[in-house]
Design a protein around this ligand. Structure first.
Ligand SMILES: [Zn+2]
Length: 268
């Protein structure tokens, strides 16, 4: 499933081809994605793309009178085509641009979505999102003011979009290992140094993955740009393997129904 780094990589790949250019029209091959593709999207004509933004795991294309909000779901991909190619079975929508580029949405499992939103009426699931982990909003003071004293377990909180967006299961596991913090720790037991190192690693690991092109878990790729982060995983998916730091065996438990990997020597 694409997580924040993969979505950011997708945004960076398409942005140079659409930012400031005009969507001449769309070609919709299949309206039945997670939600049906709306008439506004089907009938778009000559709309300039004013901005291309990532918010959590959404890509927002800002047009003059609204947004196209894209979620890649489990297997969605945005492809940049330099010439028209006949659509395949899993190609669902084309954006035909005025620079001879076609942006094609491909999604084999069809859990992704492309929805239209008027400018001042963004959906609640966008408006109610927590802060962006790579922005300056996530810092020591914010952490102390908002979540430091909570009785919650650290890993589910890191994954909750109510507070910080875009840290999915893979990255939550890796961030906690790098920070030497057990996923089962209660947040208010973290000391000052642990809070600082946790914030540092959230940013470092997400950026590292973006720079490597995301992770390839669950067939992520965008224009054959395949993520390398999966080869760098320290704990995720490594049950019973040796810890790279101490040679202890990596353990796994279920937390909130998600596989949670850790080293119980390195992590406290
Ligand atoms: Zn270890």
């Amino acid at each position: 499933m694409p997580e924040l780094p993969e979505v950011e990589v997708s945004k960076r790949i398409i942005k140079p081809y659409i930012f400031g250019y005009t969507i001449l029209y769309t070609r919709v091959y299949n309206i039945n994605l997670r939600w049906p593709i709306s008439n506004e999207l089907i009938h778009i004509k000559n709309q300039i793309v004013i901005d291309v933004i990532r918010r959590a795991k959404y890509i927002l294309l800002e047009l003059t009178n609204g947004f196209i909000i894209i979620h890649l779901g489990m297997s969605g991909k945005l492809e940049v085509l330099h010439k028209n190619i006949d659509p395949g079975k899993h190609d669902h929508i084309d954006f035909v641009m005025n620079n001879n580029i076609i942006i094609r949405y491909n999604d084999s499992r069809k859990f992704g979505s492309l929805i239209w939103s008027h400018k001042y009426n963004l959906p609640k699931n966008i408006l109610n999102l927590g802060i962006e982990p790579l922005s300056n909003d996530l810092n020591y003071n914010w952490f102390c003011n908002n979540i430091r004293n909570k009785n919650s377990l650290i890993k589910p909180l890191l994954m909750s979009t109510k507070w910080i967006v875009g840290i999915g299961n893979i990255y939550a596991n890796e961030i906690l290992f790098a920070s030497k913090i057990m996923p089962t720790r209660i947040i208010k037991t973290l000391d000052d140094d642990e809070v600082k190192i946790l914030i540092y690693n959230i940013k470092k690991i997400l950026l590292y993955s973006i720079n490597l092109g995301g992770s390839t878990i669950s067939n992520f790729s965008c224009n054959q740009f395949t993520g390398m982060f999966s080869t760098k995983l320290q704990v995720y998916g490594r049950y019973n393997s040796k810890c790279n730091e101490c040679t202890n065996t990596i353990k796994v438990i279920r937390m909130n129904n998600r596989s949670t990997f850790f080293c119980d020597i390195c992590q406290k």
